[in-house]
Design a protein around this ligand. Structure first.
Ligand code: TYM
Length: 334
């Protein structure tokens, strides 16, 4: 891991089984960037508790996300895989950045508005509100150049950039100002039952998402029942959000261009197309599922990975935090 390489940071919440959206919008891109960058991929358990979680589920999901990272091809000898709560600098910098983030900015975050609406405005925690400053801390601790995420994280990332710039202006240059990396295809995988909204594991209808834990037949069934339209022509159009979504999924996994896929399905019905999309997804996710299941049987190995990852992450994070503490005027203990 050369120090001259640019830095990538990204993370996923262990708040349930991951979806095809998490995989195509985030993890799959990470695997293509891993050789070129100095990468930190985190499991953001502290973000996960911003909405109430069953402790045993959180523990299980955290290890599952780690196993997914490795199963998808992220090599723990080459990239740093770690659990957010293991590196206390995240919480510490998060607090400092909280004191530099405005109430109005946090209130404008669409994810906060959506999530608090879902909780019907009751039991909305301060953690959910200040979630984006902790996310900024995650990113800024590693002097990150690039943050590969799905489209739904764009606004959080813009806030992280604003906070970095604000800190640099107030206390002198301290943080690298990170850039988003949002792929053209796959950055917003849509809900299979309502293709006008994004696929999300928190949806109440389990036919609306593909989970990385779904077996082959479940995946096939969900695609068969996916909502499309009555036009019957496979083409890329905003008036056909269901088909557009399926085209995106197909293209993202196979690497084939949308134009070429559309050409191949000319004159064929939706049913053939849906079955073929399902097969492409089944073939992509099956090896991942098998590898993940195997990894989850070897808890000692997973522990070794997250311990080594936390050590590496801690080294870098501490350096940044020390600088920040000094700049804001905290007296060093030693
Ligand atoms: P989270 O856990 O909601 O999602 C993890 C990643 O998956 C992407 N994603 C999607 N991409 C395409 N289509 C979808 N339907 C879809 N659903 C989710 C997300 O954009 C994300 O990249 N706040 C973050 C976690 C986080 C983080 C960070 C990310 C915490 N600190 C620092 C980057 C850098 C979140 O809740 O992602």
């Amino acid at each position: 891991m050369g120090n001259d390489k640019k830095v990538i940071f990204s993370g996923i919440q262990p708040s349930g089984s991951l979806t095809l959206g998490n995989y195509l919008g985030a993890i799959k891109n990470w695997t293509t960037l891993a050789d070129e960058y100095n990468c930190y991929f985190c499991i953001v358990d502290m973000h996960a508790i911003t909405v109430s979680k069953e402790p045993k589920d959180l523990r299980k999901n955290t290890l599952e996300v780690l196993a997914n990272y490795i199963a998808a091809g992220l090599n723990p000898d080459k990239v740093t895989l770690f659990i957010q709560s293991h590196v206390s600098a995240h919480a510490e910098l998060g607090w400092v950045l909280n004191c530099l983030t405005y109430y109005g900015e946090l209130g404008r975050m669409t994810q906060f508005k959506d999530k608090s609406k879902k909780q019907q405005n009751s039991n909305i925690t301060a953690g959910l509100f200040t979630y984006p400053s902790l996310m900024a801390a995650d990113i800024l601790l590693y002097q990150t150049d690039l943050v590969p995420v799905g489209e739904d994280q764009r606004q959080h990332l813009e806030l992280a950039r604003d906070i970095a710039i604000r800190f640099n202006n107030k206390y002198s240059k301290t943080f690298v100002v990170p850039e988003p990396y949002i792929a053209k295809i796959g950055a917003k995988i849509m809900n299979l039952q309502d293709p006008t909204i994004k696929m999300s594991k928190s949806d109440t209808n389990d036919k609306s998402y593909i989970l990385l834990t779904d077996d082959d037949d479940e995946i096939r069934r969900k695609f068969k029942r996916s909502v499309t339209d009555s036009l019957g022509i496979v083409k890329l159009s905003n008036d056909q959000p269901g088909i557009k979504n399926l085209l995106g999924i197909y293209s993202k996994i196979t690497g084939e261009t949308i134009e070429s896929i559309v050409e191949r399905y000319e004159g064929k019905g939706y049913s053939i197309f849906k079955d073929d999309v399902a097969e492409v997804v089944v073939n992509e996710l099956r090896p991942l599922r098998l590898k993940r299941e195997e990894l989850l049987k070897n808890k000692d190995y997973l522990q070794e990975v997250f311990q080594k990852g936390a050590e590496k992450a801690e080294n870098t994070a501490r350096k940044t935090l020390r600088k920040v503490y000094k700049k804001v005027g905290f007296i060093p203990r030693y």
